[in-house]
Design a protein. Structure first.
Length: 271
């Protein structure tokens, strides 16, 4: 009971803070003078192992390009039945998966190293190999991700996974997709968890109260990034209060049940 009594001031403090925060606007800090020159990276999404890509080879002569758009005989992923067939003799899109070593299996020209490259860089490499091999003199290659997702978790309005369709998606845009942080979100410590390699991860911490988020390598997101908004100390205190309240209510409920059972037994014995 003493522990419960000790939590009363915390309850009052949390209620007061929530009441204040409800009418107070949350302010993000941006250093406008350093914003342009402090952004790290070009924001272009780099290809990683296990990414799923659509690779379309085209030419003025569709018959020459057709074999490069066919499923690779060594490719482990079957064509996606949901992809629509194209016209003028060009075959339906094929989804190709980058292997664990960062190579993409292409028909005729074989494996192409794509780890760490952008889509345009990989497209240029494939087109060059096709042209240099004498297969097509005017080969043009278009590459898109078959699926790109980011994840936003923690103290946001709508946590979940979100599809992205372009490069240069910022952590601010990801938070906007999730409906922004709640009043309980810790704006001084937003984590971006990024997979590096097969088993390793890097964690970046962004502070939205001191204007240094643009200088983080995680300001521009990559596919598969997880943005996690930690609860602030007031939410943590409220969670502890609720946990203590649940604990004591459970004890009281157990005592009432036990007392009722004892009284029932006593009444039955006195009959």
């Amino acid at each position: 009971m003493r522990q419960f009594i000790k939590t009363i001031p915390m309850i009052l403090l949390a209620a007061l803070l929530v009441g204040c925060n409800a009418s107070k606007r949350i302010v993000y800090d941006f250093n406008k003078d350093e914003a342009v020159k402090s952004v790290i990276g070009d924001g272009l999404i780099r290809i990683k192992p296990y990414d799923r890509l659509t690779v379309i080879v085209s030419s003025q002569n569709p018959e020459l390009a057709s074999p490069f758009n066919a499923p690779s005989s060594f490719h482990s992923v079957s064509p996606n039945p949901l992809m629509s067939s194209s016209v003028n003799g060009v075959q339906s899109l094929q989804i190709r998966t980058v292997d664990e070593n960062g190579f993409l299996e292409m028909p005729i020209i074989g494996k192409v190293n794509c780890n760490g490259k952008t889509r345009n860089e990989l497209a240029a490499d494939i087109a060059k190999r096709i042209i240099d091999g004498g297969y097509i003199s005017d080969a043009f290659v278009n590459i898109q991700f078959a699926d790109m997702k980011i994840f936003v978790l923690g103290e946001v309005t709508r946590p979940g996974q979100f599809d992205i369709t372009r490069d240069k998606v910022t952590v601010l845009e990801a938070l906007a997709m999730a409906g922004d942080m709640t009043i309980y979100g810790n704006r001084a410590n937003v984590a971006v968890i990024r997979r590096v390699g097969e088993k390793n991860y890097e964690v970046y911490e962004l502070n939205f109260l001191e204007g240094d988020q643009m200088s983080s390598p995680a300001f521009f997101l990559q596919q598969g990034d997880v943005v996690y908004v930690q609860p602030n100390k007031y939410k943590a205190a409220t969670a502890e209060i609720n946990q203590n309240r649940t604990f004591w209510l459970s004890i009281v409920s157990t005592l009432i049940t036990a007392t009722s059972l004892v009284l029932t037994i006593i009444n039955f014995a006195q009959r």
